[in-house]
Write a protein that binds this ligand. Sequence first.
Ligand code: MG
Length: 365
Amino acid sequence: MRITHVESYRIFSPAANPPFSWRKGLLGGPPDAEVAVLRIGTDAGVEGVAMLPRPGAGVIVEDLVERLLRDQLVGQDPLQRELHWHRIWELDRIEELPLPVLGLVDIALWDLAGRLAGQPVWQVLGGYREKIGAYASTATFASVEEYLDIATQCLDLGYQAFKVHAWGDARKDAELAARLRAHVGDDLPLMYDGSAGFDLPDSIYLGRALADAGFLWYEEPMREFNVTAYGHLARAVDIPLLVAETSDGAHMNTADFIAAGAATFGVRVGTQMRGGITGCMRTAHLADAFRLRAEVHGPEITSRHLCMAVPNTTYFESLITSTTVTKKPEVDLDGFVHAPAEPGIALPAGLDYPPALRPYVEDAA
Ligand SMILES: [Mg+2]
């Protein structure tokens, strides 16, 4: 089997409605934008697709396909995912590809392999479980009272844990953590994501407050450039750290966070930041060797597959962006997400796809 065609698509993705915020300094919920879909086809008729749901990705992926990727892939064996993963990193040496692009070909080739096998990708990877608990992962809201109300709504919907993305103000966020713990009681797992908003002194201050409030993990308080700073933080606080979400270099970089003693809870695996499915599985197995967690990032369909194939992850991350919390189709009322059943990996429903992509949309059958 050989790859015969490689196409990119620019898909209109409407702005988040209602819009939502992240911490001070970050852009909020995405505006109207063009996202990207990559489609790889073969002389056997089987195809694979992958979405890059980032604003602006449409034009980036179109450029890469026209200038590089089609030439690299046409004529190659689509089942040699390791070879193609290696080739992308070789291209990255000069191109310095945007991080989310590094895994795009890999995801499409896993999708293709799943469709060829007639199996969902989590099962082709080596299935570990068929359901997993979901945690509610908030956007940034206006007040402590809003967070408390949203936490109550999420618990009523069955969510098994609650993670906040707060304001990026160490004092205010510490107060929110204490108020949340008092509100939900001692038993609910709570997590905090700093979205890289702090320097080391504020990270230490907030980490001590999160430990006092009995939080389960403390995620990405600083930009993940200086691994030494994370080592200092890990030695200064008792709260376990979850690190290496957005840093470049996939498992190779994650290894340095672990070696520095910074990954005291574990590390992150997300297909957009860790080089696709292959990069995530490498990272998860690396963490497993050190008896660490590899917590799956984000609510994308690829994350549902990873959650079923990565033994050392705990939860599925379900994003809550509105003050009125409604049930998500993928999370049941006991707070579980179930393993996808369709072959391959689906594209998300709800966007206006061209005819060539419609057979690959979730629930298209
Ligand atoms: Mg995060």
